[in-house]
Design a protein around this ligand. Structure first.
Ligand SMILES: Cc1cc2nc3c(=O)[nH]c(=O)nc-3n(C[C@H](O)[C@H](O)[C@H](O)COP(=O)(O)OP(=O)(O)OC[C@H]3O[C@@H](n4cnc5c(N)ncnc54)[C@H](O)[C@@H]3O)c2cc1C
Length: 379
């Protein structure tokens, strides 16, 4: 990115369109490099309707066309989001409930005076800042079960003070989630900044996750997942300031609670959202012209509407992760069927969350891609 703009620093968080330009540029360079070294790399704009893995290869089906290939890599990103339980069919049909925040932003919706955003993570913040810039008179309410924004980044990048190996050794002595949390808190308390300890664990996440038995993983998802996400996906300082400014001006408030239901108000012009705050009190009712669901990426392959993945799950070519974290796979990214691993079918990214845990951000996906390419070339 610095090639195109020398003012960009390594610690900057650049706008998404700029990151998109950068990626396109990198892909162009990689393809040119590949061609110069004699590789025939083609990009084919086709939707894969079905994949049929076999012991000797994979058949890719696109409409009437079925082509046998030596190997296939499923890199389909996160899955289509589902509406939350409690959102009525009328609310979904009203056009006032946005299940996919990115689709909403590309579709240029009409302004609403009041917007409710369900979720308080980075996606919710992106949506709020983008809509607040487009609609200067709109007020926003953000909701989440815990009622916290993500933690802030430091103005300068937090460099881990060590490689985390000592902490990891301590954690591996006994794979018990409560013990891990206790040890992590204790170690963070010893450092000037907790972020450096937390970040030193990132390269070891797959190893640690692999040690956790299924019941402990489920416990982590129930009790500690939200805190992990808050600490892991942090806000850059300019974003912290933009959110604080919106709150200070009164255009943004946030509430803690669980969404019970969303339905269409009698006048048809707004939605009514029922929010149960923690504790014994009666639920509140909030009203807005637009409700945006920004509750994070979807990974659950058990009930997905993604046509290709659905086909593969129904045909038992792949096995959904029992905790709803993508597909069952080996640590070297091979997808599994009920009897073992496929030799020529791989996955990258979100689908590997159940195997590797940290598997949605570019540094991890880049490493996985490298590992898969090495295996393909070795084969
Ligand atoms: C709001 C947001 C902010 C993020 N910020 C960061 C960040 O700051 N840093 C970071 O490292 N990561 C970030 N991420 C995560 C990262 O951007 C994504 O995880 C990454 O883009 C995933 O890349 P991918 O190639 O696995 O999937 P995607 O980029 O989703 O690509 C999947 C591709 O598969 C194609 N596809 C799907 N089904 C089929 C089919 N049947 N046939 C043919 N093609 C198909 C799709 O069309 C798409 O082109 C962010 C994600 C989000 C949503």
């Amino acid at each position: 990115m610095q090639r195109a703009d020398a003012s960009v620093r390594g610690t900057d968080f650049v706008p998404r369109w700029r990151y998109g330009d950068y990626l396109e540029d990198e892909v162009r360079r990689a393809l040119a490099h590949g061609k110069a070294r004699g590789h025939d790399v083609q990009s084919v704009p086709l939707c894969a309707d079905a994949l049929v893995p076999e012991a000797s290869g994979v058949t890719v089906v696109c409409g009437d066309d079925a082509r046998p290939v030596d190997a296939a890599v499923l890199a389909i990103g996160s899955l289509p989001p589902h509406p939350l339980a409690g959102v009525s069919a009328a609310a979904r049909a009203s056009g006032r409930y946005a299940v996919d925040p990115w689709l909403l932003l590309t579709n240029e919706p009409a302004p609403s005076a009041e917007v409710i955003v369900i979720g308080m993570g980075l996606t919710a913040i992106d949506v709020i800042l983008e809509l607040a810039a487009r609609w200067p008179d709109t007020r926003f309410t953000a909701l989440s079960r815990h009622g916290h924004w993500p933690e802030p980044h430091l103005p300068t990048m937090a460099i881990p003070s060590n490689d985390g190996s000592e902490l990891v050794e301590g954690l591996l002595e006994d794979a018990d989630l409560w013990r891990w949390m206790h040890l992590l808190r204790e170690t963070m308390g010893l450092e000037d900044d907790w972020r450096s300890v937390f970040d030193s664990l990132r390269p070891h996440a797959a190893l640690l996750w692999a040690q956790l038995p299924s019941a402990q993983r489920a416990r982590f998802l129930r009790h500690a997942h939200w805190a992990w996400e808050r600490a892991r996906h942090r806000m850059p300082v300019p974003v912290v300031m933009a959110v604080a400014e919106l709150e200070r001006s009164g255009r943004l408030t946030h509430r803690r609670g669980r969404v019970r239901s969303v339905d269409v108000d009698a006048d048809g012009a707004t939605l009514a959202l029922t929010l149960q705050a923690p504790g014994p009190g009666a639920p509140d009712q909030l009203h807005a012209g637009l409700v945006v669901q920004a509750t994070g990426m979807a990974f659950d392959a058990r009930h997905t509407t993604h046509p290709l993945l659905r086909q593969m799950v129904l045909n038992r070519h792949v096995v959904p992760d029992p905790l709803g974290l993508g597909l069952v796979a080996t640590p070297d990214c091979r997808l599994c069927h009920p009897g073992g691993a496929w030799p020529h079918l791989f996955a990258l990214g979100s689908l590997l969350r159940g195997t590797l845990w940290e598997s949605t951000a570019m540094p991890e996906i880049r490493q996985q891609a490298r590992a898969v390419v090495d295996q393909l070339l070795a084969d």
